[in-house]
Design a protein around this ligand. Structure first.
Ligand code: ADP
Length: 350
C-alpha cells in the first residue's frame, strides 16, 4: 500500500535494540530492506505482519519511483513475518526559484528581448536561470532562445522545461501551441496555462525570469497574486507615449506590492550602420527621467541596433556576446544581480 504522508501508527521500530530476541531477525530484515530500497527507506516499523516504512523519493522520476516501491513490496513480502508492506513516499520539497518579472505598459518595446538577454546575462554571471514565457498570447521565447519546434515532456501534471544551447531551461506556450496558431483564451484559462508553466519542474534553478504579457490585465494579476515575484523590471522606449504606459505598469506592481527593481530604456540612440551617426528616433533619456520622477532605479539603456533584431531572430541573444548591445544587456544584468545579492543579504528573498 502506498501513502502520500508518513504512516505514524507504528508499534515498534524494527531496529530497536530493546526488541529482544526479535532484534537479530529485525536487523537482518532491516538490512535487506535497506538494500531493496537502495538506501532510501527509513522509519521501518513492524506491526503484526505489516511492515511500514518511509521512502525518500527525492530526485526520482515517477516511473523510477513506482518501480522502486514495487520492488520493495515484492522483495519484502514473505521475508520473516512480513505479509504486507505499507510505503509512505516523501520527497524534499524543491525550493521555488526567485521570480523576476519583466513587464511593460505596451507591446513592441522590446520586453521579450530584454527578458531573454537578462536571463543570459544572469547565467553568464553564474546564476542558475530558467525562463517562463508568460506572454501566452504572443509567445516569442522559443525563437529567441533557439528552441522552436521543441515540446516539453510532462511528468504527471508537471511540465519538464525545454533545454537550449544557451543553458537556460524554459517553458513557453509557444512550445505547446502549433507554430502560427492564434491563442485566444479568456482570462481564467490563460491564468491556468500560465500556472502550469510556473509550476514546471524548476528544480536546480535559482532565478526564474518571467516574460509577462504587455499591459496590466488579468493574466499579469493572476501571476502576481499566485506566484509573488521578488521584483519586476519595467522596460520602455524613450518617448512620452510609451512612458505613460510604463508608469501605469509601475503603479500596477506597486499596488500588487511587488517591488519594482527599476526601469530600462530600450531602443535609445540609433547608430546608423552606414555613417555611424547617432540619432534618436524615439527621443533619449525619457525612461531615465521618468524613473527619477517615480523614485525608481534606472537600470540602463539599450541602443536601437539592427544587430539586436538580427541576432534575436536568429536565436542568438546579443548578451551571449560582447558587442555594444551585448555589453548594455550585461551591465543591466549586473545591476539586477547586485539587487538580488542585496535582497538576499537583507533576508528578503527567503
Ligand atoms: P515586446 O516583447 O515588447 O513586444 P520584442 O522584444 O518582441 O517586444 O521586440 C519587438 C521587436 O523589436 C523585435 O523584432 C525585436 O528584435 C526588436 N528589438 C527589440 N529591442 C531592440 C533594439 N534594442 N534594437 C533593435 N531592435 C530591437
Amino acid at each position: 500500500m502506498l501513502c502520500a504522508a508518513p504512516v505514524n501508527a507504528y508499534e515498534r521500530p524494527m531496529t530497536d535494540a530493546s526488541s529482544g530476541a526479535d532484534g537479530a531477525i529485525d536487523t537482518a530484515l532491516a538490512e535487506r530492506i535497506e538494500s531493496l530500497s537502495e538506501g532510501r527507506a527509513s522509519g521501518l516499523r513492524l506491526k503484526g505482519d505489516v511492515l511500514s516504512l518511509v521512502l525518500d523519493v527525492s530526485g526520482l522520476e515517477a516511473d523510477a519511483r513506482d518501480a522502486l516501491a514495487a520492488a520493495i513490496m515484492q522483495g519484502a513480502t514473505g521475508l520473516g513475518p512480513i505479509r504486507d508492506v505499507r510505503i509512505a513516499m516523501t520527497a524534499e520539497k524543491a525550493a521555488r526559484p526567485i521570480i523576476i518579472a519583466v513587464g511593460s505598459g505596451k507591446g513592441g518595446v522590446g520586453k521579450s528581448t530584454l527578458a531573454v538577454n537578462l536571463a543570459v546575462a544572469l547565467h553568464r554571471l553564474g546564476h542558475k536561470v530558467g525562463m517562463v514565457d508568460a506572454d501566452i498570447y504572443g509567445p516569442s521565447l522559443p525563437r529567441l532562445l533557439a528552441s522552436e519546434g521543441e515540446k516539453p515532456r510532462a511528468e504527471g501534471k508537471t511540465l519538464i522545461p525545454v533545454q537550449n544551447v544557451h543553458g537556460i531551461p524554459m517553458l513557453s506556450m509557444g512550445h505547446l501551441a502549433k507554430p502560427g496558431q492564434a491563442i485566444a483564451w479568456r482570462g481564467p484559462m490563460a491564468g491556468n496555462a500560465l500556472g502550469q508553466l510556473l509550476d514546471g519542474d524548476w528544480r536546480g534553478i535559482d532565478i526564474l525570469v518571467v516574460d509577462l504579457p504587455p499591459g496590466t490585465g488579468d493574466v499579469q494579476l493572476t501571476m502576481i497574486q499566485r506566484y509573488k515575484p521578488a521584483g519586476a523590471v519595467i522596460v520602455s522606449t524613450p518617448q512620452d507615449l510609451a512612458l505613460i504606459d510604463a508608469a501605469r505598469a509601475v503603479s500596477f506592481f506597486d499596488q500588487a506590492k511587488v517591488p519594482v527593481i527599476g526601469m530600462v530604456e530600450n531602443m535609445a540612440g540609433y547608430v546608423c550602420p552606414h555613417c555611424g551617426e547617432v540619432s534618436d528616433p524615439f527621443g533619449r533619456g525619457g525612461a531615465e527621467a521618468s524613473a527619477e520622477d517615480m523614485g525608481l532605479a534606472f537600470l540602463g539603456r539599450v541602443p536601437l541596433d539592427i544587430a539586436v533584431r538580427i541576432a534575436s531572430d536568429a536565436g542568438a541573444p546579443p548578451a551571449t556576446g560582447d558587442d555594444v548591445s551585448g555589453k548594455a544587456f550585461l551591465a543591466i544584468g549586473e545591476r539586477l544581480s547586485r539587487w538580488l545579492d542585496r535582497k538576499k543579504a537583507e533576508g528578503a528573498l527567503g
